[in-house]
Every structure is written in C-alpha cells, then in structure tokens.
Design a protein around this ligand. Structure first.
Ligand code: BES
Ligand code: MN
Ligand code: ZN
Length: 509
C-alpha cells in the first residue's frame, strides 16, 4: 500500500510531484478551501479565478490539474472538488473529504509523491483525508505483481506511492493516532478488496482459509479451520450441502481476537461463497460473471477482525468465515433435497442458488454457541436487496430495533451508505415446507427480507443480531468514483470496525 506521512512542510516548500488542494462551490463560483493558502499566494491570490477559467466549479468528483507557478517546489497542482462550501464556521463533511482525497489519489496514479493540502481542522478530518487517499490509491495487482497481465503498463497504473498530509500536526497525539488508524483500516479494507478481486480459480475455500491462518500468525490471532471431514463429522449440513458439488471442498474458519481486559464479545459471521454458479439451479450467463464477489462478506469479517486486533481494541471479536464454492455436478445438492443444519433444524432446498443462507445458518448456530453479546453477519445475500437499494447501499436488518439504528448511525458516521430494512413476520409463512422445518426460499416479493427472516431462525435465543446485505455495494462494476475502485470495495468493514471501537468504549448497551 502507499505510504502515508504527516508533514510539517508548507505546500510551497514540499518537494513532491503534485500538491492537492480543495475547491468548493461558493455562492459566486469556485472557492479555494483552507489549507491551500500558500498555493493561492503563489498564484498571486488568483487561484479561484484561474480554476473558474479552466471550468472548475468545486463539484464533488471534479479534478482539475494545473501547472504550478514558480513559487512552488512541486510542478503540478491538483484541485479536487469538495461540493458545496459549508456555512461559515462549519467544517467540511468527512465523507466529502474522504471522497475528494480518493479522487486525488486515483487521478495521480503513476506519480510518486503528492502533498495533500486539504482542509484538516481536526484529527477526525485528517483521518478522513488519510483514509480516502489510501483507499483511492488502491489498485489490484493480478497474480501478486502484474504476473497475470502481460501488458500491465505497470509504471502508468502504479498507485501513488507516497502521500504527505499537510496541515495535520505530526507532534499532536490525536493527529498521529488518526493517521495510524487510517493506515490500519485502509490496509485491511484493501486486504479484503484483494481477496474479492482474486479470480475464483485462485481463491477457493482452502486458499481463503490458508490466508486467514497466515494473517493469524502475523497478528497473533487464534485461527481454527474445520475442513470437509470435520464439517461432515460435526453435522454442518448447510455448509456441506452447498460445498458438495465442488471439487474444492468447503471450510469453516474461526478467527478470534481477544483482549485481556475485554468486557464484551462480538461475533462477526461472513458469507464466503468463493464462486456462486447457482449450483443445479444454475445462474444464466449475464448473472455469473461477477460471482467471485460472493465471498465479500467473509472477506469483510476477516479484515475487521484483523483491524480490531491491530488497533488493540478492548473487546473480543470472533470472526466466522463460512467458505464454500457453489457448483453444479453429479454430487451437488439438488432442488428438493433436505439438509440437516448444524444444531438440527432441517431445510428443504428449493433453489440451490439461495445458498448463502444455508452456509450462514450453520455458522450463526455455531457462533451462537459461544453466547456473544452481539452477532453481525455480512453477506452478498440477495439480488432483491440490490433492486431495493441500488448498487451503493447495503441493507441492515436486525432482531433488535436499537441495534439496527446504532449500526445505521455508525455506517453513516464512517461514510458507508446503508439503510435500515424490516423483517416482516408475514413473509415467514411462504417458507413453510411439507418435508422440513422450512424451505430455503419464500415468495419473490421482498426476497431480501425473507432471506433475513430465514437467517433469524438460526440466531441463538436472546442474542442481539444484525444482518448486513451487501450484495449491491460489495462489488463495483461501473467507473471508479471517490475512493471506490472498480471491483471489490471492502464494503461494511469500516462499519464493523467502528462497531468494535464503540463496543470497546462501552458506548453500546
Ligand atoms: N450471491 C447471490 C446474490 C447476489 C446477487 C449477490 C447479485 C451479488 C449480486 C445469491 O446467492 C443468490 O443467488 N440469491 C438469489 C436468491 C433466490 C434464489 C431466492 C437471488 O437473489 O436471486
Ligand atoms: Mn446464489
Ligand atoms: Zn450467493
């Protein structure tokens, strides 16, 4: 990942390939934002006018490159839009800063070092700029380092290597901590993005589990892996039922971070379908090209546990990665089969493409056995949630209204788009089955909510639980924006990490 430093240099004296400044939409045209004073001075105070001449308005997403005047050591100035200028005495929103920094880092791919002179009034603002820059500078290197792509144009596409944050106070503890937190969170988000972007012939349940073991060694986490033999013996009928059609057998990974003074324990459960073909209920062409992303929930859980550990949070966090490949074959589960889930409930599989809830059902029962204070599952679970909320917003369902609200507020705070969704009890009836406790599919209308209701059946009595359906935002197919690249996004990680921080601080019941 790119390196990030807090620099005491001014934008005029920093030796770099570019200086990044902010431009906002003022009432009478673009205005240069705080942090850019030295740059404006080098333009004889006429920078806003120059930007306007070049067509800049200050709108979000805008990036305007201009040659630096002689007063600067850097040859290029990059002005990025921050949207509407805040009212007098108000600060810029953190997400606007995060996105602008991300746009700048993306625009500067191929250059070595840039100084970011965006408005960073306080440590939180510095955290947002640092996070946005580090997330925006991400690029997936196929095969580790360009190996899988002959014509990599490596130099041109290489991410911005060095980010110097100007205006933040390097000797101030709060700023230093904000930068360190941004580095850790961005590294973990980028770890998850890499896993999601890996082709499914390289990342299968076994190699995913191995990655968890490697990280466990590196960061002192306890990692236990149940392989197909252990899963069969243990009665994990959901995970086995989904994985049995594939030559790459399933795994259940438990990855645990513990703090000696922790008072609370969180369990995070991730859907880890390394490839979802649909199984015997095969997906048609046009619906299966991006299904390597179906392990994004497990990647998010994995990354969040590692982040909690690296941040040394005073809370226990246990991650459960339910890993399987959903393939059709002579040994695959058929529509009509009845599976006996971990814990004993039976499920009639009406559609083998509704596989996420099967692997998660097992994992939720297993996670419940340890009686955590709360469980949050993360899953690319339903196309219905994408229809409901679009490509950038995940749905939050829960068995506890206050917990759902907390998660919604946390998501908003960390700059992740999310929305609370209900679990209407009447949708449960359509999942009744004549041959099992229930079927894995109900009515089509409200399919995302029905999936949530299904999962709820596997949560232990009295345990607070929430379900994040990230099917929309987990994988970004259109043009990059802000700090969001094409491909894996790392959706929900920042929300999980903040939940762990707040739980550690005792802010949640
Ligand atoms: N992995 C898919 C959901 C999905 C869709 C993820 C689009 C990302 C983008 C899930 O396993 C699935 O196939 N769900 C079915 C359920 C249905 C058969 C009840 C769906 O949503 O169509
Ligand atoms: Mn599916
Ligand atoms: Zn799936």
């Amino acid at each position: 990942m790119s390196a990030l430093t807090l620099s005491t240099s001014s934008a005029a004296t920093l030796r770099a390939d570019a200086i990044v400044i902010g431009v906002a939409k003022g009432p009478k045209g673009p205005v240069v934002t705080p942090g850019a004073e030295a740059v404006d001075k080098a333009f004889d105070g006429k920078l806003a006018g120059v930007l306007e001449t070049l067509g800049a308005t200050g709108a979000e997403g805008e990036a305007t490159k201009l040659p630096a005047p002689s007063g600067l050591k850097a040859p290029v100035v990059l002005a990025v839009g921050l949207g509407d200028a805040p009212a007098k005495d108000d600060a810029f929103g953190h997400e606007a800063l995060r996105r602008a920094a991300g746009t700048a880092a993306r625009t500067l791919a191929g250059t070595k070092k840039a100084g970011f002179a965006l408005p960073v009034e306080d440590a939180e603002a510095a955290n947002a700029v640092a996070e946005g820059a580090l997330l925006g500078a991400y690029s997936f290197r196929p095969g580790g380092n360009g190996a899988a792509k002959k014509d990599d144009k490596a130099a041109k596409s290489a991410p911005l290597a060095e980010i110097a944050l100007l205006g933040a106070k390097p000797r101030d503890k709060a700023f230093k901590a904000a930068a360190d937190r941004a580095i850790t969170v961005a590294e973990e988000v980028n770890r998850a993005r890499d896993l999601v972007n890996m082709p499914p012939n390289e990342l299968d349940p076994k190699t995913f589990a191995a990655a968890a073991q490697t990280a466990g060694k590196e960061f002192g986490l306890k990692v236990e892996v149940l392989d197909e033999k252990a899963l069969l013996k243990g009665g994990f009928g959901g995970i086995m039922g989904v994985g049995r059609g594939s030559d790459a057998p399933p795994r259940l990974v438990r990855i645990a971070y513990t703090h000696p003074k922790a008072e609370k324990t969180l369990a995070f459960v991730g859907k880890g379908i390394t490839y979802d073909s649909g199984g015997i209920s095969l997906k048609p062409a046009g619906h299966n090209e991006t299904m390597k992303c179906d392990m994004a929930g497990a990647a998010a859980v994995f990354a969040a546990v590692v982040a909690a550990s690296r941040l040394g949070l005073q809370v226990n966090v246990t991650g459960w990665l339910a890993l399987a490949e959903n393939m059709p074959s002579g040994s695959a589960t058929r529509p009509g089969d009845v599976l006996k889930m971990y814990g004993g409930k039976t499920v009639e599989v009406l559609n083998t493409d509704a596989e996420g809830r099967l692997v998660l059902g097992d994992a939720l029962v297993r996670a419940s056995e340890e009686n955590p204070d709360a469980i949050v599952d993360v899953a690319t679970l339903t196309g219905a949630m994408v229809l409901a909320l679009g490509n950038r917003t995940f749905g939050i369902m829960a068995n506890d209204d206050a917990f759902r609200t907390s998660l919604y507020e946390i998501a908003e705070e960390v700059g992740e788009q999310a929305w609370p969704m209900p679990l209407p009890a009447e949708l449960r009836k359509a999942m009744d089955s004549p041959v099992a406790d229930f079927a894995n599919m109900g009515e089509r209308m409200g399919g995302g909510l029905a999936a949530g209701l299904f999962l709820k059946e596997f949560v232990g009595e009295g345990i607070t639980w929430a379900h994040l359906d990230i099917a929309g935002p987990a994988y970004h197919e259109s043009a990059p924006y802000g700090y969001t690249p094409k491909g894996g996004t790392g959706s929900a990680i920042r929300t999980l990490v903040r939940l762990a921080e707040q739980t550690a601080a005792g802010d949640l019941g």
